[in-house]
Design a protein around this ligand. Structure first.
Ligand code: PLP
Length: 964
């Protein structure tokens, strides 16, 4: 038996990580197998994974390292990066993350292991944090509405373009205008998106906006070379010409600059990175997206709204929860799912901690130092391209070669333009001493300029780079939340108070099907705080990023071996973005083969909403393939539809194991059918946790897959992001994966556009997945997969007597998740899947995935990290809930007054003097004795979704509402 070997492994390495990562120990495994009436793990796997696709060998990976060894090795790699002073700017700036936020949010599993707040009653803390973020963005941009983050500034710009097209119904043109002083990486991503939407892209001087025949326009504020100018006139002219305007704004500059909302912008987007989120070689960080009130129903991504709970108390929730990809599917124009919740929270807390005054000090100092620099340079006879600036200068007519030489010698990174100009941007970390050094670098040692003397002149003469009509006049961050927490003691307690409201993996298992809420080990998380990884600019010179190159290369090699693909592209920042990148690779490849007319994408009816949405964004026509009663793809229907589209079939998007949680026997055949008809096979990798070490999509027919590193490969969910969705591709697609205009990628077609702002996406969280694989090794990864499958089957077996389990493979087994059907209970008792989800909160659990992929069901995914103890605790809760439902069925409790429909129970409920319920307070809050020993209290009653959507309020409520 494979697990006997563990004893030997323990001798060899007493601190093997896999025993920490995997929940069940050898005795637990024996018990679970016994419950399933199986004599070995091998038998379970034989019966679960079709023989035809099993790998049949161990993955070829290095032997596993202990936590200490892996971190040592990783640190050696990280040290090969050189942390230089970065003045490159261009959307990425060094910043100071307040230590109280670093330790209590970024490095705190109470925050980073939480899931997207679909269950608001157990998510009020991070919902409040995200609402702060929205309020901050609304205040700084001067807009009426903001969402709670997109993936980066460039994709936010692309989303803005799509929104303009949708909202500007009057415009006949199919062209979009981008001002020529937008960041190049923004233009790159917008260009890709425009191409597949079938939009023409026009690039020109901002001043030419009104002459264009376009439906929308993007202006950068300040421009990429630092120019600050009043956009009101241009925006007004554009509006007259029927053009909607989006302004890409720098968040720090908005502290001092007039807000684009007052200039008439329809949409304002940008990056919140420099509000405390380290550059991380490109990410992760949160982008913002703000609009006028008129556009509130079409804003992409997640919006946090204010609603009420059952007792009328203020409660936060995600507004319009079911975002458009799930409703509109192939008609969607956005596929955003995982966003950047953790980083949005951090940026919001940065503003809470500093307050308006603190931000004015920070932005004011950045601007003053820039003004000192500009004044000195001009005195020295250097020509600046613009007379206005916030933090960015562009020098022209200089000897860039000499400057470059001096800069390199002093570890100073500047921006070098193709025409010989030199640019630089200052940031929160810049000091007066740094400005002195910049004079040395830019002018040579003999310049004779003194920063204190210049400073005196700047102050005395009131010098500024901000023109009068661009000075900010309005107040911002006036809400009490932004005034109260400026001492560290207050801030610490605020963060703790919010954290305590939320349920995370630090409390209990989060059995969300399709989301793989496994352990995010502390050792895996530690490297993200290392300056050698955190303080690297994405466009830093190649010779400063050798460490990142090595880490990305090694992780790519691991993932190739794990998936069976030939090449891994690291750019996409989420699974959905990976889908988009993968479909584009297919389309580019087919184009190159003279098959560009192929545009039909087959998608099974059970697919995740992002699949059809991504296909639509890649300009494909979605044709739905039916599933049979067992949840398998109907191969007959597939054959029929592939045949019917023989001439224009581009691809199929399959999820494996299926979203129904089954290893379909026909997968190879399905792939073959599509290949026979000239199509490519996209396999959605969200369910890789059921395959790693046992089967590889690249072996059984996949041409391309995305991997959700934030599911299978241990990047934490962060309450709704960050994520990483790299794609694996077969060799023929390798040249067609995303490239990047600022940092060209080797082996990729120069014509291939970017899908994200940074060449390697959210590079700074890749070491998490690297460490996971390094510490698990081949056997550890395989055992993790086996345990994930064992756990799901164990739960299915224990619950089967109490709830119908939908969809099983031919031997009656499920894959790594199982679906229980609540529909019959609903007709017999009136109790819904939602009631069960809310009741689980009283037992201290997060609900399983609700109504995906089948309405009226719950999908449970335990992962390998949960011990038998925890699996049993969950099953016991579910079984106990079933008994409660039986009491409703029997009529012991009325259908409208029982612990299920009244769930969740708050402490306030239980402490009320009056109690008019047919069940005791104890049954309400402590349904089993086990709950008493570690009670988690939801802080609000059931939240009213309808009210929240009907009356959309996305700003911080009055302080009275908080006090209620
Ligand atoms: C999570 C998931 C996605 C989307 O991934 P994101 O990283 O959230 O964009 C796509 N398909 C399936 C089946 C998923 O579970």
């Amino acid at each position: 038996m494979a697990f006997d070997n563990r004893r030997l492994a323990q001798l060899a390495n007493h601190d093997a990580f896999l025993q920490r990562h995997n929940g069940p120990d050898a005795d637990d495994i024996a018990t679970m197998l016994e419950t399933l009436e199986l004599d070995s793990m091998e038998r379970l796997i034989e019966q679960t994974i079709p023989a035809g696709i099993r790998l049949g060998r161990e993955l070829d990976l290095d032997p596993p390292r202990s936590e200490a060894e892996a971190l040592d090795y990783l640190y050696r790699l990280a040290r090969q990066n050189r942390v230089a002073k970065s003045y490159i700017g261009q959307g990425y700036y060094d910043t100071l993350l307040p230590a109280v936020i670093q330790r209590n949010v970024l490095e705190n599993p109470g925050w980073y292991t939480a899931y997207t707040p679909y269950q608001p009653e157990i998510s009020q803390g991070r919902l409040e944090g995200l609402l702060n973020f929205q309020q901050m963005i609304m205040d700084l941009t001067g807009m009426s509405l903001a969402n709670a983050s997109l993936l980066d500034e460039a994709t936010a710009a692309a989303e803005a373009m799509a929104l303009c097209r949708r909202a500007n119904r009057k415009a006949k043109s199919n062209a979009f205008f981008v001002a020529d002083d937008a960041f190049p990486q923004t233009l790159d991503v917008v260009r890709t998106r425009a191409h597949y939407f079938g939009f023409e892209l026009i690039v020109g001087p901002a001043e030419s906006i009104a002459d264009q025949e376009v439906f929308g326009a993007l202006l950068q504020y300040p421009g990429e070379s630092g120019r600050v100018n009043d956009l009101s006139q241009l925006i007004h002219q554009a509006a007259q010409a029927g053009i909607m305007t989006c302004v890409a704004a720098d968040i720090m500059s908005l502290v001092l600059l007039r807000e684009p909302g007052t200039m008439g912008a329809d949409i304002v987007i940008g990056s919140a990175q420099r509000f405390g989120v380290p550059m991380g070689f490109g990410g992760p960080h949160a982008a913002f997206f703000a609009t006028t009130d008129k556009l509130k129903r079409s804003i992409p991504g997640r919006i946090i709204g204010v609603s009420r709970d059952e007792h009328g108390h203020t409660a936060f929730r995600m507004a319009m929860q079911t975002r458009e990809q799930h409703i509109r599917r192939e008609k969607a124009t956005s596929n955003i799912c995982t966003a950047q919740a953790l980083l949005a929270n951090i940026a919001g807390f940065y503003a809470v901690y500093h307050g308006a005054q603190g931000l004015r000090t920070i932005a004011g100092r950045i601007h003053r130092l820039t003004t000192i620099l500009a004044t000195g340079l001009r005195q020295a006879g250097v020509k600046l391209v613009h007379d206005t600036w916030f933090d960015t200068l562009r020098l022209t007519g200089v000897d860039a070669g000499k400057i470059h030489g001096r800069a390199m010698a002093q570890d100073v990174n500047l921006r070098y333009f193709a025409d010989g100009d030199v640019g630089l941007s200052l940031d929160q970390t810049t000091t007066a001493h740094d400005v002195g050094q910049l004079f040395d670098v830019l002018l040579g040692e003999e310049h004779g300029l003194a920063v204190p003397v210049l400073d005196e002149a700047v102050v005395a003469e009131g010098l500024t780079g901000i023109p009068p009509d661009c000075q900010r006049e309005s107040d911002f961050l006036t809400h009490p939340t932004f005034r109260r927490y400026h001492s560290e003691t207050e801030m610490l307690r605020y963060l703790k108070r919010l954290e305590n409201k939320d349920l995370s993996l630090a409390h209990a298992m989060i059995p969300l099907g399709s989301c793989t809420m496994k352990l995010n080990a502390t050792a895996e998380m530690m490297p993200i705080s290392w300056p050698e990884l955190a303080r690297i600019h994405p466009f830093a010179p190649q010779d400063q990023v050798a460490g990142y190159k090595q880490i990305i290369g090694e992780l790519g090699a691991f993932l190739k071996e794990i998936t069976g693909y030939d090449h891994i592209a690291m750019q996409p920042n989420s699974g959905a973005q990976g889908e988009y990148a993968g479909l584009i690779a297919i389309r580019r490849y087919q184009q190159a083969q003279g098959q560009g007319h192929r545009h039909v994408c087959l998608i099974p009816s059970s697919a995740h909403g992002t699949n059809p949405a991504s296909a639509a964004m890649a300009h494909m026509k979605v044709v739905v393939v039916e599933c049979d009663d067992q949840g398998n793809i109907d191969l007959e229907d597939l054959r029929h539809k592939a045949q019917a589209h023989h001439d224009d079939l581009s691809a199929i998007m399959l999820t494996y194991p299926s979203t129904h949680g089954v290893f379909e026997e026909g997968i190879r055949e399905a792939c073959e059918i599509v290949h026979e008809h000239g199509g490519q096979v996209y396999i959605d990798g969200a369910n890789m946790n059921a395959q790693v070490g046992l089967a590889r999509p690249g072996d059984f027919g996949g041409d391309v897959s995305h991997l959700n590193l934030h599911k299978t490969f241990c990047i934490p969910h962060g309450g709704g992001g960050p994520g990483m969705g790299p794609i694996g591709v077969k060799a023929h697609l390798a040249a067609h994966v995303p490239n990047h205009s600022v940092r060209r990628l080797e082996g990729v077609d120069a014509e291939a556009g970017a899908v994200a702002a940074a060449p390697f996406g959210s590079a700074s969280i890749l070491p998490i997945s690297w460490a996971y694989i390094k510490m698990m090794g081949a056997r550890g990864l395989r055992e993790a997969t086996e345990l994930a499958i064992l756990g799901a089957n164990y739960i299915a077996r224990r619950l089967a007597e109490h709830y119908p389990v939908l969809y099983k493979g031919s031997h009656g087994n499920v894959a790594h998740e199982c679906i229980i059907d609540i529909r019959s209970l609903k007709s017999s008792s009136g109790i819904s899947e939602e009631d069960i989800a809310k009741r689980l909160m009283d037992y201290g659990f997060h609900a399983p995935t609700m109504s995906f992929p089948v309405p009226g069901t719950l999908m449970i995914e335990p992962t390998e990290s949960e011990s038998l103890y925890e699996l049993d605790r969950f099953c016991d809760a579910m079984i106990h809930i079933r008994e409660e439902i039986a009491q409703v069925e029997r009529g012991d409790w009325p259908t409208d007054n029982n612990p299920l429909v009244k769930a969740p129970h708050t402490m306030t409920d239980i402490m009320q003097d009056e109690w008019h319920r047919p069940y005791s307070r104890e049954v309400g809050a402590f349904p089993t004795p086990a709950v008493k020993s570690a009670k988690y209290w939801p802080t609000v009653n059931r939240v009213d979704n309808v009210q929240g959507d009907r009356q959309l309020i996305c700003s911080c409520p009055s302080i009275e509402a908080y006090r209620e």
